[in-house]
Design a protein around this ligand. Structure first.
Ligand SMILES: *Cc1c(COP(=O)(O)O)cnc(C)c1O
Length: 455
């Protein structure tokens, strides 16, 4: 099991695979974990070790790692029609059915869907749609994109520019015209003596001021995750969407809900915008869309953007955009099944049923001396490590506290994710109460061990 032994799986991974979003010192110490298969919410490595995946893959494998129905849907479609595109006036029957289904389950009374291979491409596509509209509607200056600090929207040049994380500076990003507003995280960004309502009002005022100083006619759209995911699981401050939506509406700025994580039940409702009671102009979907069984993303346009996009495309007789695998028949068949599984096999009900237990576990661990706060919604949650609970002072970054906790979890047979100084949990919707208990017990052991060293 020495990861540095030549010809070990770990050394072979190292030799020829270039890692993305991976803490390289951890890899150098421990080797990569090479996985062979999964069962329910568990995955197994080449040495036969079992891990409870507390992140359901990358937020997406909500039905677990061996859902028969999803695998069967893919196999059946591979036998029937294994691939096709959606260009030149052709598309598969599965694509037709998935678009109908997505509009039906969306919060929109009507709409249209455009497919991509990933969430990043779906956000890119949405931005290009807004730019396409700007040109067509005689407002070519309307190109700026508003997002929030700590928002995560993907990694392509445009979606990385939307992402409000400092690591993108190594690429010379963001591109011009991508504006990041304050993160709606009251615990971290609220000022001394400021109530949560005052904090929300300050963010709404910042939006108003930004629109005034930039010029409403230069802004193409505002993108927001209902709950920020890869920024550290950050639910909005109380009243946030109720405060910003009317401002955007007043200035004619579309509100795009990036529901790549929150879509299909993660927060306990089908959509995060339903959990937070706002109506976006379009929805970006991916991840749970196929339960992680096929790469796919989708832009779901609400009525107004549908009509405007149709008019703009009609004007030049084409929307010149698309990916070779847009609307892939296997992906569409898998997505149709995944939506059915999420909505009709009791999985979203299970999210609702498990949420109190999940919150109880997070709240229990937040009693630890070096956990500053727990936060979450539905089955996405985080524990924020701090050096000092009263001042919220973070640990020195060189201590790599969250990485150490995640590594200690791995030793316990639990996969969870370090994000900044937070530990993130985002389990599959099929979890049982017993597995929930296993998750928190293992995490507690890991946390206690690491805080005994650094606390
Ligand atoms: C993961 C994610 C994306 C990017 O999706 P990819 O499929 O990784 O390109 C975009 N937005 C949100 C909110 C995400 O969580």
């Amino acid at each position: 099991m020495n990861p540095h032994e030549p010809n070990s799986w770990e050394a072979r991974a190292d030799a020829h695979s270039f890692y993305g979003f991976t803490d390289l010192p951890t890899i150098n110490d421990r080797g990569t974990i090479v996985l062979t298969h999964g069962k329910g919410p568990y995955v197994y490595d080449v040495h036969g070790r079992q891990y409870l995946d507390g992140n359901s893959g990358l937020w997406n494998m909500f039905a677990g790692f061996d859902h028969k129905g999803l695998a069967e849907a893919a196999k059946a479609q591979y036998d029937r029609f294994p691939g096709y595109h959606a260009f030149f006036g052709r598309m598969s029957d599965q694509t037709v059915m998935l678009s109908e289904k997505l509009v039906e389950v969306s919060p929109f009374e009507r709409g249209k869907v455009f497919y991509t291979n990933s969430g990043s491409e779906a956000n890119d596509t949405m931005v290009k749609m807004l730019w396409f509209l700007a040109g067509n509607e005689g407002k070519p200056a309307r190109r700026k994109i508003l997002t929030r600090v700590n928002g995560y929207h993907g990694v392509t040049a445009v979606s990385a520019s939307m992402t409000g994380k400092p690591y993108n500076s190594v690429f010379g990003l963001p591109l011009d015209g991508f504006i990041h507003l304050t993160c709606p995280h009251y615990w971290r960004y609220g000022t001394d003596g400021e109530t949560e309502a005052e904090f929300t009002a300050r963010l709404a005022q910042e939006l108003e001021d930004t629109i005034a100083s930039e010029g409403a006619d230069t802004i193409a759209g505002f993108f927001a995750e209902p709950v920020m995911g890869a920024g550290g699981v950050i639910p909005p401050s109380a009243g946030y969407f109720a405060a910003i939506q009317p401002i955007l509406k007043k200035h004619g700025i579309p509100l795009i809900a990036d529901e790549v994580i929150t879509g299909f039940g993660r927060t306990g409702e089908v959509w995060g915008c339903q959990t937070y009671d706002f109506m976006p102009d379009a929805i970006i979907s991916s991840k749970n869309l196929t339960g992680g069984y096929f790469p796919m993303g989708a832009v779901i346009l609400g009525p107004d953007l549908t009509d405007r996009m149709q008019a703009a495309a009609d004007a030049i007789e084409e929307f010149p955009h698309g990916f070779t695998a847009s609307g892939h028949p296997v992906g569409c068949a898998v997505a149709l099944k995944a939506i059915d599984v999420a909505m009709n096999e009791g999985l979203i009900e299970n999210v609702k049923a498990l949420t109190p237990l999940f919150e109880e576990g997070l709240a229990r661990l937040s009693q630890k001396a070096n956990i500053g706060e727990w936060r979450g919604k539905g089955l996405m949650g985080a524990l924020e490590a701090v050096q000092d609970k009263d001042t919220k002072q973070p640990f020195d970054a060189s201590l790599s506290v969250s990485e150490r906790i995640a590594n200690a979890c791995t030793d316990q047979g639990l996969i969870c994710r370090p994000l900044g100084q937070a530990i993130v949990l985002c389990p599959a919707f099929i979890l049982t109460p017993l597995q929930m208990e296993e998750m928190f017990d293992k995490l507690e052991t890991a946390i206690d061990g690491v805080f005994a060293e650094v606390g």
